[in-house]
Design a binder for this molecule. Sequence first.
Ligand code: URA
Length: 171
Amino acid sequence: MSLSKERKLELLNECKVCKCTKCPELVENRTNTVLGEGNPQADLVFLGEAPGRDEDKEGRPFVGRAGKLLDNVLSYYGWDRTDVYICNILKCRPPGNRNPSPEEAANCRPYLDKQLEIVSPKWIVWLGAVAAQNLLGTETPIGKMRGEVYEYKGAKVIFTYHPAYLLRNPD
Ligand code: URA
């Protein structure tokens, strides 16, 4: 009998992510790991960088100010969180919300890849420059990558500004 996507994600969380000790600084400072949420059957995944303070507290992605903006973007298209799947490159909060280091992103990459394999979306909206640079090993500014379609793990990828950046630069 094959397991549902929901159950596979639960097992990934319980057996691997929650017990992960690969990044000592993150482990020491985390309250909760944050795997992701939404609809694992969805064709569309929104991928952020890492949990912030609110996400670390609640164990859910994008629940702070950036999350409210993401909710607004979703509702502009007539969607809510149950229509898409939302996750981050890092499953633990970097202290002080600093950018994830390349090492931390590499440590967490197997969890992200497994998660994407389970959800197997058609499209990934990759939020933010750090995320983009981590994936492609590039320094290309996000503004230049917008509008291009990339590919990752069988899904088409488009990059756009991170909601936290848009909050700081509303124009
Ligand atoms: N920023 C992110 O990249 N992810 C979150 O979950 C929250 C803020």
